[in-house]
Each structure stands twice: as C-alpha cells, then as structure tokens.
Design a protein around this ligand. Structure first.
Ligand SMILES: *Cc1c(COP(=O)(O)O)cnc(C)c1O
Length: 508
C-alpha cells in the first residue's frame, strides 16, 4: 500500500484541465429582463419573465472566517481568501465561508426570488444546476468556465401522501429526495463546489496533485465522479468492510485511487488529515467549509419549491453533522436577505448506535463526549467523533431544534414502511422517518404542520440491507414488514393455490 501510494505523488505536473462544458450549453444570459435597479425600484412587484434574469452587475465576494466568530457574533480580523488552501483557523477551530451580506442586501428578497426562479430547469451554463442557480450566494467569484457541474440539485420534493396518512396521520408531509442525483447522494451538492474551487486553484498553478477524502461511502463516490469529470486525481480512504458494495464500486469505476483501510471512518479521517498536512493533496472532507456552501442550496430549494412558503419542520439525518448546519445556513440566508420571514425548526436524527449529538442534547447541552460508534445499517452516519459538532449545536440552538435517535429495528422498519408506500429510501432516511414517527407520537409535531424529511441517498445504494431485511436475515431484528418472495413449483395448481391464499389475506 505505502509504496504504491507514494508513486501517485510523483505524477507529472497537472496538465491544464480541459473545459468539460459542452458548447451547446453556452447560452448567453438574455438581458431583456428588468435590470437590477429597476427590480429594486419596483419593490416587490418584479414581473417574472420567461428568460433567465441577468446576474446582478455587482462584485459579490466571500471569504473564510473562523466559525467561532460567526457563532459568537464577535468580529474578527482573521480571514482568508477562498483561493488559499486552509482548513482550520489559527486556533485550530473550524472555518466558515462568510459572504459579503451588505453587497447581497443591495437587492431585495423579491429580486433574489425572481432571479433564482428564472434559472430553474434551464440549460444555461452553469445555472441549470440547483447549486449554481444560486451562484452569487455560493461561490460568487468563480469563473463559469472553472465550474465542474453535473447539473446536480433541483431534486424532487415528494409529497409523501400515503406514508403521511397511513403511518403518522399527516397530510402535509414531504420528502426531499436529495439522493436522486448524479452519484446518488446529497454529497454531489457540496462536491461540485469543492471540485470547482480546486479546478480554479489548479488553473492558477497552485501545487495540488489531487484531492483526497475519508469517507463512509457517499463522499468518495461524489468526489471521484466530479474529479474524473475535470481530470483531477482523487484519492479516497475507505474503512474496510464498512460501506456498501454500490458505494465501493463508484470510486473504483470513476478511476479514483482507493485505499481500503483496516479501521473505521474516524480512523480514516485521522489518517487523511495527517496525510494532507504532509502532501499537496486538497482535503475534501466536510471539515472543508466549501462543501457546505453547495449543500445549503437544498434548503433554499425547498423554500423555492414551496413558492417561498416556510415549512414548520425539517428533519435531517446527521453523522459528521455538516449537513444540518448547511441547511440552517441556507434557511438563515433566505431570512436575512428578505426572501422569507422565518426559518423552520430543525430536527437532527441520529442512529442510536452512533449518537454523540443525541446524548449531548439529552444532557441539556451540558456534557459532550465523542463515542466509539457501533455498526449501523445507516452506514454513512456511523460516526462517533463528528467534525462539525459545534456547527450542529449552533444550528439547533438557533432554530429551536431537536435531536432524535433511531435503533436499528426502528430505522429498518421505517425504511420498509416508506418503501411499502412507493418510495425506495436509504437507511439514513429511515432514521429521519423514525424521528418523525417519535415526534408525532409525542405530539411535538402537529398533524397539520408542514414537515420535510430530507432523504440523503438513493435506496439503490443499499440493496443488501433491504435484501437482508426482507429475507428476515438480520440477527436480533423481527423484520416485521418483510415481504419475501414466495417460491413456487412450475405448476398451475400450486401457483393458483398460492395466489388465492394471497388474495384472501388481502381482502380480509
Ligand atoms: C454524508 C451522509 C449523511 C450525513 O451527513 P453529515 O453532514 O455527515 O451529517 C447522511 N446520509 C447520507 C446518505 C450521507 O451520505
């Protein structure tokens, strides 16, 4: 392992990255639409044209600042350009991307809504992406030509009518299918931003031989796909035997350099941090705050899909805890910039086998302790020492948030319930649905409150877990909703017997 990984770093200097943008998608922005100044002066009555509004002629900007200065609201002189390669503040804390809010505030909420709405579903590069349709709020200074995108985002906000009525007595329940995406998880939303920025840095001749991450599966899949699209080497550290076959095969197929390491995610994370401090490999874990800028657009998208009406609750499964903060940030930005007047209450849902945030919450935010996470079917959140713990606590405290947990039996049953109503969700979404069920049972979420459950990955990545469940092949689990196939001989009489028996059971 060691010798072959060394070879990788003697690669020739990076060749200029080829423009991967199909020329047919180069459509100039049409500016028959109201100019920003007229949009401002119409004060909320901006007409919605059919064409894409032109982007505002103002220099927006963003920079890294220490997360603590955001959390405490205290000003700081410590800041870094996004073109610097820096992951932590001087004191070793997390960083956060801070936008020039004063510049953004020169345009009112109606202007931003009209601009974002005008871009949905178009092919105009790069705005057809759900992430880059919010470019001014994401990476305002990047050149469109440097963006690496698979037109991620714009995912289905599914009205879970039958699940809502049948299992939780709700009519206004929605599932945001972030996993119906390029590589099958919401990680695409963040990775398009991170890899675009790396692409820009390499074009600026910054000495980056590649991008690396530790992963519970989905991060490495997204990283390898976006890097492959831009011809950037990717290196992934995976915990051996702890991720699904589908997740493992994705980086392999996309040509990443895959190290399968005899440890868990937390062990891989520790190693990659040490490696990236020694070698010019860009660190792609969610310690890196660039990814959260892309992930926050899923929150903005939810508001947009509800015609800028704010749901009451949003439930998000959490592991390393970057995404819960990303959602908070997306909602908060919409409030600060006048697109909406409040934000939803957030619920973070953890697997009981990997629940350090839940335990912290239960202690009244008094006692925090990283734990050793046990195996869970929700393998992408099997994390005992979450990097973004401070970000998550901040998000929850500022959204009147709640933390819930789900046992293996609960999350697998919830997944089976959802699947039985026509969805095909991943175990992490089962964790979030369990939180919903519990909060409904306790009466905390009301029957008429509009609730969004965030589905984080595609169910097809987790077929083995579903097969085990439906074969009742999981020690210690009743698998009460298993629906195994019936084996029948090639004989019409036998087939008829089995069918009649089934139909009788259904009608009784
Ligand atoms: C990464 C991931 C999560 C957890 O997101 P965090 O930001 O680490 O909390 C949840 N579900 C899936 C499917 C994931 O890939």
């Amino acid at each position: 392992m060691a010798s072959s990984s060394l070879q990788l770093f003697s690669l020739p200097p990076p060749s200029p990255v080829q423009k991967h943008r199909p020329s047919s998608s180069v459509i100039k922005c049409i500016s028959t639409s109201p100019s920003p100044s007229s949009a401002l002066s119409t004060n909320g009555s901006t007409p919605l044209p059919n064409s894409i509004l032109s982007s505002p002629p103002i220099n927006f900007s963003a920079k890294y600042v220490p997360f603590t200065s955001i959390a405490t609201g205290s000003p700081t002189s410590e800041c870094y350009s996004l073109d610097e390669i820096v992951y932590r503040s001087r004191s070793g804390g997390l960083l956060d991307v801070q936008h020039d809010m004063e510049a953004l505030k020169q345009f009112d909420g109606e202007y931003w809504k009209a601009l974002f709405d005008s871009r949905v579903g178009k092919t105009t590069w790069p705005y057809g992406s759900g992430v880059w349709s919010k470019k001014e709020w994401v990476l305002p200074e990047i050149d469109d030509d440097d963006i690496v995108s698979a037109f991620e985002g714009n995912s289905n906000l599914f009205w879970a009518e039958r699940f809502g009525k049948k299992f939780v007595g709700m009519n206004d329940l929605w599932v945001k299918h972030c996993g119906i995406s390029h590589t099958g998880s919401f990680k695409d939303l963040g990775m398009t931003v991170l890899v675009s920025q790396v692409n820009r840095l390499r074009k600026m001749n910054r000495p980056l031989v590649g991008v690396g991450c530790a992963s519970t599966g989905d991060t490495s899949a997204a990283l390898s796909a976006y890097c492959a699209a831009a011809n950037i080497p990717s290196i992934v550290f995976l915990p051996a035997n702890k991720i699904s076959m589908a997740q493992l095969v994705q980086p392999i197929a996309n040509g990443a350099f895959v190290l399968s390491i005899d440890t868990d995610f937390d062990g891989c994370m520790k190693l990659i941090r040490e490696v990236t401090s020694e070698l010019p490999i860009y660190l792609a874990n969610s310690l890196n705050s660039l990814r959260l800028e892309g992930q926050k657009t899923a929150a903005i998208e939810i508001l947009q899909q509800f015609d800028w009406e704010v749901p009451d609750w949003v439930i998000i499964p959490g592991g390393n805890l970057g995404n819960i903060y990303a959602f908070y940030k997306g909602f908060k930005m919409c409030q600060e910039l006048g697109l909406v007047d409040r934000i939803p209450r957030l619920v973070c849902a953890q697997a009981a086998n990997a629940n350090p945030l839940y335990l912290y919450y239960k202690s009244g935010w008094n006692q925090y302790q990283p734990i050793k996470a046990d195996a869970t079917f929700a393998s992408a959140i099997q994390i005992g020492d979450p990097v973004s713990i401070d970000r998550a606590v901040y998000a929850l405290k500022n959204s009147d948030g709640i933390v819930e947990e789900a046992t293996e039996e609960e999350l697998m049953d919830a997944m089976a319930m959802a699947d039985s109503t026509g969805m095909f969700i991943c175990p992490h979404t089962g964790v979030a649905l369990t939180a919903l069920i519990k909060l409904r049972e306790r009466g905390i979420i009301g029957p008429n409150e509009r609730t969004v459950v965030v589905s984080t990955a595609h169910g097809l990545k987790f077929t083995q877990a579903k097969i085990d469940y439906h074969s009742k092949n999981i020690p210690g689990l009743a698998c009460g909703l298993a629906n195994p196939p019936v084996e029948v001989k090639d004989d019409l009489g036998k087939v008829m017997d089995v069918l009649k028996n089934y139909l009788d059971r259904r009608s009784s």
